[in-house]
Unconditional design. Structure first.
Length: 626
């Protein structure tokens, strides 16, 4: 067929990622004309990338969503130019593809000469419309790909459909007024249609989201981007296995680093890590770190507690030799003690006295070791410090320290597996242990008093990634392995020691705790993804406690997560209504539902000289209210 492709592109930052080029490069053999309409402003470099794979790139204001982009693009092309083609494909950048090529898809559908229009996937009939539950929703071709043939796009119903299209003001408008209407409208006007992967072949009415693995096995060449940034509870309810999807896509030849790079800078980190299963449980057996491609590694260790110097160095010495070492500390006496330890171990290292201990290991790393991060001498930087947590009960402090060191640097084999992740994934920017939660109220509350201050640094640090709602994906405890170039937005921000708190104000809301949460967001905004790492022992420990915690909570609520959230929302509404009725009742409810710090937290606050109103995290802010 003589074919034209109208491809809608939209990116909030106007950045053209490799996954877009991959799609257009594989559409090129099947189209005489590729017309990219961009709802984003494009810089010179972004436009050049699109022009390398398209015949024409046209920018417009981001009005009317994809619907008006198609409408206006068709007008720009003009009826006379379009009439020379047998088929027009209207597609957008909301999918990853092709897995393999588009050859089989076009060959199969080209044989269907009886069709006036076709799609790749469809949504089946449902009793409840996605955006108006009072209405049913008829089955329809999904608008990420609709191919239309000459008999239809030169017809009067086609002209009428687009001429009467109202302005689209919202995502729901685009679904109600275009996607769910398009198929029915043209079927009622006598045009035959089909989809390459019909809904009757699947159990779900929405297989492109609910049965992704089966669709890939059946040869579907596309996967929706939303699969990986959608609500994880939705994916959980449909048994979606993101790690399996990644394997299947890679087996079909999809360049997965392009997927990771795009989602890293556009998705909520917590959703992405959950949906793709970006938690690596690594064994104590070398899985194949490639010594023929060694990574140049520098370890940066802030050692305030010099009695821990040997312990810190023991963990660092699990790194494949050779690696460079930079140690920061406070004062000349500590420096001499550390240098003596290094001499005894026969270990060379650059020992630096920090200009100030304001900001502790965070400022020591980003200010006193700025030259290390900004240098191109190393592929990876390993950041650790002498973790003590004296404010915590000893067993909890010890387990927190082990959680950090042993999940990153447990043994030579385990550590080589951590570094191997960077050999496997060019788009990987940072790895760190998962959030520490045993004995801490971090799950669901880990922003604590830091989110407002973090929001104020978004532009300064070039963060484009949306914030997680309650619990950021972050290197809690501030130990991680990262590519230095992924961290340079922080060194470029020009922080000084005076920006950090002294020990009297070392609390949530201060820059130390804010940056601890934002390092991963900086890395993600650079287009590099992050992964969490565990060794087998800590994976078992964490899973066991998480499972038991979930059992105890779920036993008092309905069984499914969405039902549980609905029940809690109803309780909140009931409380609000009772408060409006009776102030005394509200006081009783408040006293009953407000969490109280346990004895551990009371002791911790007492050591800090703070009132026992309740801590939240490391800074002594109040407990979250129900």
């Amino acid at each position: 067929m003589r074919r034209a492709v109208v491809y809608l592109f939209y990116d909030p930052q106007g950045q053209v990622d490799d996954y877009v080029l991959h799609t257009l490069e594989h559409l090129r053999p099947h189209a005489e004309h590729v017309f990219v309409v961009s709802n984003s402003r494009l810089g010179k470099a972004a436009r050049a990338r699109l022009e390398s794979v398209a015949d024409r790139v046209w920018c417009r204001d981001n009005l009317g969503f994809d619907v008006w982009a198609y409408k206006e693009a068709l007008e720009v092309l003009g009826a006379s130019q379009l009439a020379v083609y047998d088929e027009i494909v209207l597609a957008n950048n909301t999918f990853f593809g092709p897995l393999g090529t588009f050859d089989d898809l076009f060959a199969r559908m080209d044989r269907r000469t009886d069709l006036a229009f076709w799609g790749v996937t469809e949504h089946g009939d449902t009793d409840e419309h996605a955006f108006d539950r009072t209405l049913s929703m008829e089955g329809h071709i999904q608008s990420h790909w609709i191919a239309v043939r000459r008999q239809m796009f030169t017809s009067e119903p086609w002209r009428q459909y687009w001429h009467e299209m109202p302005m689209i003001a919202s995502y729901s408008d685009s679904i109600v007024r275009h996607e769910t209407r398009f198929t029915t409208w043209f079927v009622e006007h006598g045009f035959a249609h089909a989809v390459a992967f019909p809904v009757e072949d699947y159990h779900s009415q929405h297989p492109i989201m609910d049965e992704v693995a089966q669709m890939i096995r059946d040869g579907c060449p596309i996967v929706k981007r939303r699969t990986f940034f959608h609500d994880p509870l939705y994916n959980e309810s449909h048994g979606t296995d993101g790690r399996q999807l990644a394997r299947l896509m890679a087996e079909r030849g999809y360049p997965m680093e392009a997927l990771y790079a795009n989602l890293a800078r556009t998705a909520k980190p917590r959703s992405l890590v959950t949906n793709l299963g970006l938690v690596e449980v690594l064994p104590d057996v070398d899985l194949g770190y490639d010594p023929e491609r060694p990574l140049r590694v520098v370890a940066v260790a802030h050692i305030f507690y010099t009695e821990m110097a040997d312990e810190v160095l023991d963990h660092l010495d699990t790194l494949p030799a050779p690696y460079d070492l930079v140690v920061t500390t406070v004062g000349e006496e500590r420096r001499r003690e550390i240098e003596e330890v290094l001499r005894r171990r026969g270990r060379p290292g650059d020992v630096r006295v920090v200009a100030s201990n304001r900001g502790r290991d965070i400022s020591a790393f980003f200010i006193d070791c700025r030259d290390v991060i900004d240098s191109d001498d190393h592929d990876l930087v390993v950041k650790v410090h002498s973790k003590r947590s004296p404010q915590d009960a000893p067993p909890i402090a010890e387990l927190f320290k082990r959680h950090l060191f042993e999940n990153l640097l447990a043994s030579p084999a385990h550590t080589r597996n951590v570094l191997r992740l960077f050999q496997q994934h060019d788009s990987l920017g940072m790895v760190f242990p998962p959030i520490y939660h045993i004995g801490y109220p971090t799950l669901g509350h880990a922003w604590f008093g830091n989110e407002d201050a973090a929001s104020e640094l978004v532009h300064r640090l070039g963060i484009t990634v949306p914030f997680d709602d309650t619990t950021p994906v972050a290197a809690y405890g501030s130990m991680f392995v990262a590519r230095p170039q992924a961290l340079r937005a922080i060194t470029a921000a020009g922080f000084t020691h005076d920006d950090f708190p002294d020990d009297d104000d070392y609390a949530d809301g201060a820059l130390t705790h804010v940056l601890e949460r934002l390092v991963s967001y900086v890395v993600l905004s650079s287009g590099r993804h992050v992964r969490e790492v565990l060794n087998a022992d800590h994976a078992a420990l964490n899973y066991s406690y998480l499972e038991y915690r979930t059992i105890m909570l779920s036993a008092r609520l309905p069984g499914h997560p969405r039902q549980q959230l609905d029940r809690l929302s109803k309780l909140k509404r009931v409380r609000r209504r009772l408060r409006d009725v009776d102030a005394g009742t509200e006081l009783v409810i408040k006293e009953e539902l407000t969490p109280r710090p346990d004895s551990h937290w009371r002791r911790r606050l007492a050591r800090r000289g703070r009132p026992a109103g309740g801590p939240a995290g490391s800074g002594g802010t109040s407990w979250p209210r129900p």
